[in-house]
Design a protein around this ligand. Structure first.
Ligand code: PLP
Length: 428
């Protein structure tokens, strides 16, 4: 399938039915799988043979969908998880453990920030957050002998900064560690981070990949490019025998192409159990079948709404890398030549009262804690997700009181603009 274009992989990747088999991926809603002998089963447990035995670890429906996402990202192995949070936690924890250190971009999803800044610190894993726009010198200076991984988002949620992936990959590789990129907002239709040097790609499939707001899920894809054995001292979990799996050394047995995902499945999925359900994977696959068609419309609507907002006197400023005036326009032309996403954020003049009046007057755009869905939705972080913060704290977090995040859906752009226009008028 890798020889095909993204559009074709979206529709047909990951599953090729044999003669007389179902055309659509079957939902294998079964916790377990039957074997003739204990010997057959033993081989699976020892990772001597590949096959299914218990759906906490692997399930055929989930694997078809993981294979499609792996092909879309141009990787060698992939897996689904129960959420985007689980995907990022697994990807990081597969490399860093107690006593280790992570270098991360500071403009990342709030849930991922919290995961590293609070929960992983409690596990003894330290983290240094850096501006995505830091200089090469600042980036290189953040590394320590115990740094195990670098993390960033292609397009940050909700800051909408665009990461210079090549710069961050070069710094990671110069220090002998891999780069993880959360590619949720761009999707592989608009950016393939592996092409720019990323080693591992993660997703919250809850967003555009699903695109209809019906399942919460995540995915991890390995590029198969990072040479673990060349940095064996840094990655004992991959490069020394795993006693919990009969002394298997993942990097030896499964090579660069398979070690990361095999360890992630055999250890982390086994022990934490953040498993995707086959039914959810089936819904996710329906979303993926039209991802390439939908992304183009999300981007068209995002661009039109951003341009409209930028011309309104009630609007203080607009953040969208498709606007020439945006600080990330140049970097987006390199990494996102076909468009970024449908999420636009903007600041209204007049603070909290203006935002409340504007949001109340919207008719099409619903107030929701969600993004990247077929239905346009919007959120004022200051009165919702960041409600507990004071005005000073909001400023420090880069979330001004007047900031509104609008996720442009698949409706007609003129209807979205008309809705925003009447809401802006209602404010006065
Ligand atoms: C939503 C989101 C996540 C978390 O994903 P869930 O599926 O909600 O757990 C992680 N990263 C980004 C960029 C997101 O937008």
């Amino acid at each position: 399938m890798n020889k095909y274009r993204q559009e074709t992989i979206c529709v047909q990747g990951g599953y090729t039915p044999g003669n007389g088999e179902p055309r659509q991926i079957p939902i294998i809603q079964s916790t377990t799988f039957k074997y003739a002998t204990s010997e057959d089963m033993g081989k699976l447990f020892d990772l001597e043979a590949s096959g299914y035995f218990y759906s906490r670890l692997q399930n055929p429906t989930c694997d078809y969908v993981a294979a499609k996402i792996t092909q879309l990202e141009g990787g060698t192995a992939g897996m689904l998880t129960s959420s985007g949070q689980a995907a990022n936690f697994f990807a990081l924890f597969n490399l860093a453990s107690c006593g280790d250190h992570i270098v991360s971009s500071s403009t990342i999803y709030g849930g991922t920030f919290n995961l590293m800044d609070v929960t992983m610190r409690r596990m003894g894993i330290d983290v240094t957050f850096l501006s995505p726009d830091c200089s090469e010198e600042e980036l290189n200076a953040a590394f320590r002998p115990n740094t195990k991984v670098v993390f960033g988002e292609t397009i940050a949620n909700p800051a909408l900064t665009v990461l210079d992936i090549e710069k961050w990959a070069n710094a990671a590789h110069a220090h002998g560690v891999p780069l993880i990129i959360d590619n949720t907002f761009a999707t592989p239709v608009n950016c393939r981070p592996i092409q720019w040097g990323a080693d591992i790609v993660t997703h919250s499939t809850t967003k555009y990949m699903d695109g209809h707001g019906v399942q919460v899920g995540g995915a991890i894809v390995d590029s198969g490019k990072f040479d673990w054995m060349a940095h064996a001292d840094k990655f004992p979990g991959l490069c020394t025998p795993d006693d919990s799996y009969h002394g298997i050394t993942y990097a030896e047995k499964f090579g660069k192409e398979g070690a990361f995902i095999t360890k992630c499945t055999a250890q982390l999925m086994r022990d934490f159990g953040c498993t995707a359900s086959p039914q959810s994977a089936f819904y996710l696959n329906l979303g993926l079948e039209s991802l390439h068609v939908r992304m183009a419309r999300h981007c068209e609507n995002g661009q039109a709404v951003a341009e409209f907002l930028a011309a309104q006197p009630q609007v203080e400023c607009v953040h969208y890398c498709g606007l020439e005036s945006d600080p990330y326009h140049a970097v987006a032309q390199k990494y996102l030549p076909n468009g970024s996403c449908g999420v636009v954020s903007f600041e209204l003049k007049g603070g909290r009262p203006a935002v409340e009046a504007f949001m109340k007057a919207l008719k099409l755009a619903a107030i929701e804690t969600h993004v990247a869905d077929a239905r346009t939705c919007c959120l004022n972080p200051a009165t919702s997700t960041h409600r507990q913060m004071s005005e000073e704290q909001l400023k420090a977090a880069g979330v001004p009181v007047g900031l509104v995040r609008i996720s442009c859906g698949l409706e007609h752009k003129d209807d979205l603009i008309a809705d925003i226009k009447q809401a802006l008028e209602a404010m006065n």
